[in-house]
Design a protein around this ligand. Structure first.
Ligand code: C2O
Ligand code: CU
Length: 433
C-alpha cells in the first residue's frame, strides 16, 4: 500500500469538526470555491470546492419517506451535477450527465426533487469529472432518519478521506494522471476522519455513521473506545447486528455502528506496516445514566428479495489496468472488453426481474462496484443471500456474485467507485424497462 508514513503521522491528532446544519426543504446546495483547513490547525489552508461555503458540504438530514427538494446552483467554473449515492430514486433525479440529465453548466442550476424510501446513511457527490471534483471537495453526507430512530445520546457522522496535499496546504495537481488511473487511483498522502462531533462522555451510547468519501483509498479500520455492533451496511440494516471487529470501507461504502463509549473513540487505519491514527472523538466526563438496552436490529428496509431462480445470469468481467488484464483497448480499464459508456446498455431487464451478476475481477487491483438506483444482495459462497449493499468490493483476482431485483425503471450506471478507474473506462449502464 502506497502510504507516505510521515505525512500520515503528521496528521495524528487533527480532526476537522463539521458544522451540523439543520436544513428545511427546499434546500439550496451552492457549489463554489471554498477554503478549508485540511492540515492541522495552524498549518496552511487549502483551496478547494465545496457547498455553501464548506467542504464537505452541509449534512442533509431528512426523514424516511420525505419528498426532498434541493436546488443545486453551480457557482464553480465547470459543469457539474449531483448524485445521491445509494438512494433508490426516480431515474431523472439520479444526477448522471449525459444519461439521466444534461450537465449543469457553470452558472446554471438544476432542481432535484425525489422521495427517500429508505432510512440510512447515504451521501451526495458530484457526478461530473468526479475523480477531480470529489477529490476537490464536492460531496457531503445525506442522512435519512428512521421514523423511530434507535435511542442514542449522539448520532455522529464520520467521513473518512484522504488528500494528496503539499506541506503548504495546496492540493497537488496531476488530477487525471494516467499512472494513477492505471494503478489503484489517486491515493492521498494525508488521511483523517471528518467527524460531526468531537467530544462524547464515557458511557454515552452513540451511533456512528461511517462514510468513505475518498476517491480511491480503501480504509481497513479499527475503532477503539467503543463497545459496539455493526447495524447497517450501505444504509441497509443487517438482520442481526454484528460485533464490531475490524471493518473495511471501500470508496463510497458506509457502515453504521451503535455502541457505548468506553474511552476516547479512536479511528485507526490498518496498513500493512502498522496502525495509523486517523483522529478521534474525545471522551470527557461520565454519563451517569447510560443506555443499557441491548443493541437491536434496525427496522428492515423494504428492498425486494431476489427470486431463487434468477431470470438472467450475467458475468461482468473487470479487465485492464497496470500489470496485466486482457483488455488492450485505448482506454485503461474495461468491463467485458468495452471501455467507457456504450451507446446501448450492457443489458436490458423487464421491471421486477431478478438478475444474478458475477462480478469477476480479472485485474491486479481491487475494485468497488456500484450500481445506481438499486440495492442488491451479495451472494455468499454457499449460494445463500448475503448482505444488502449498493457498492461491492471485489479484491484482485477474486469474484463476487450479486443478486439484483431490477425494479426501478430507467437508465442506471454500473461502475467502479475508484473514481479514476471509472474515468478511464470502468463503467457501463443497464436499462430497466
Ligand atoms: Cu457514488 Cu456513480 O456514484
Ligand atoms: Cu476500480
Amino acid at each position: 500500500m502506497n502510504v507516505n508514513r510521515r505525512s500520515f503521522l503528521a496528521g495524528t491528532t487533527a480532526a476537522m469538526v463539521m458544522p451540523n446544519v439543520a436544513l428545511a426543504s427546499p434546500t439550496i446546495l451552492r457549489a463554489e470555491p471554498v477554503v478549508a483547513q485540511i492540515l492541522p490547525e495552524g498549518d496552511g489552508t487549502t483551496a478547494m470546492l465545496g457547498f455553501n461555503g464548506s467542504t464537505p458540504g452541509p449534512e442533509l438530514r431528512f426523514r424516511q419517506g420525505d419528498e426532498v427538494s434541493v436546488q443545486f446552483e453551480n457557482q464553480t467554473d465547470e459543469g457539474s451535477s449531483l448524485h445521491w449515492h445509494g438512494i433508490r430514486l426516480a431515474n431523472a433525479m439520479d444526477g448522471v450527465p449525459g444519461l439521466t440529465q444534461p450537465l449543469v453548466l457553470a452558472g446554471q442550476r438544476f432542481d432535484y426533487q425525489f422521495q427517500v424510501p429508505d432510512a440510512g446513511t447515504y451521501w451526495y457527490h458530484s457526478h461530473n469529472r468526479s475523480w477531480e471534483q470529489v477529490a476537490k471537495g464536492l460531496f457531503g453526507p445525506l442522512i435519512i432518519e428512521e421514523q423511530n430512530p434507535p435511542l442514542v445520546d449522539h448520532d455522529i457522522t464520520v467521513m473518512l478521506d484522504d488528500w494528496r496535499i503539499e506541506e503548504t496546504g495546496a492540493l497537488m495537481g496531476g488530477f487525471g494522471n494516467t499512472h494513477d488511473f492505471a494503478h489503484a487511483g489517486r491515493m492521498g498522502n494525508y488521511a483523517k476522519i471528518l467527524p460531526s462531533r468531537d467530544t462524547v462522555r464515557h458511557g454515552d451510547r452513540i451511533r456512528l455513521r461511517l462514510i468513505n468519501t475518498a476517491t480511491a483509498r480503501i480504509f481497513p479500520l479499527k475503532i477503539e473506545g467503543l463497545d459496539g455492533m455493526v447495524v447497517a451496511l450501505d444504509g441497509m440494516p443487517l438482520q442481526a447486528p454484528r460485533p464490531l471487529a475490524e471493518v473495511t470501507l471501500a470508496p463510497a461504502q458506509r457502515i453504521d455502528v451503535i455502541g457505548n463509549v468506553t474511552g476516547t473513540v479512536d479511528f485507526l487505519f490498518v496498513a500493512r506496516d502498522g496502525l495509523y491514527e486517523l483522529g478521534g472523538i474525545t471522551a470527557d466526563g461520565e454519563n451517569t445514566t447510560p443506555i443499557s438496552d441491548a443493541i437491536a436490529e434496525l427496522p428492515a428496509a423494504d428492498v425486494a428479495t431476489p427470486k431463487e431462480q434468477p431470470d438472467h445470469s450475467l458475468t461482468l468481467r473487470m479487465e485492464g489496468g497496470a500489470m496485466g488484464g486482457r483488455h488492450a483497448g485505448d482506454d485503461i480499464w474495461a468491463f467485458n472488453g468495452v471501455s467507457g459508456l456504450p451507446d446501448v446498455p450492457w443489458a436490458q431487464f423487464q421491471r421486477g426481474q431478478t438478475v444474478m451478476i458475477d462480478l469477476v475481477n480479472d485485474t491486479s487491483f481491487p475494485h468497488g462496484i456500484h450500481l445506481h438506483g438499486h440495492h442488491f444482495n451479495e451472494v455468499n459462497p454457499d449460494g445463500t443471500l448475503g448482505d444488502i449493499r449498493d457498492t461491492s468490493l471485489v479484491d484482485a483476482r477474486q469474484s463476487q456474485k450479486i443478486a439484483v431485483v431490477f425494479d426501478n425503471p430507467g437508465k442506471w450506471l454500473l461502475h467502479c467507485h475508484m473514481l479514476g478507474h471509472q474515468a478511464s473506462g470502468m463503467k457501463t449502464w443497464v436499462e430497466v424497462l
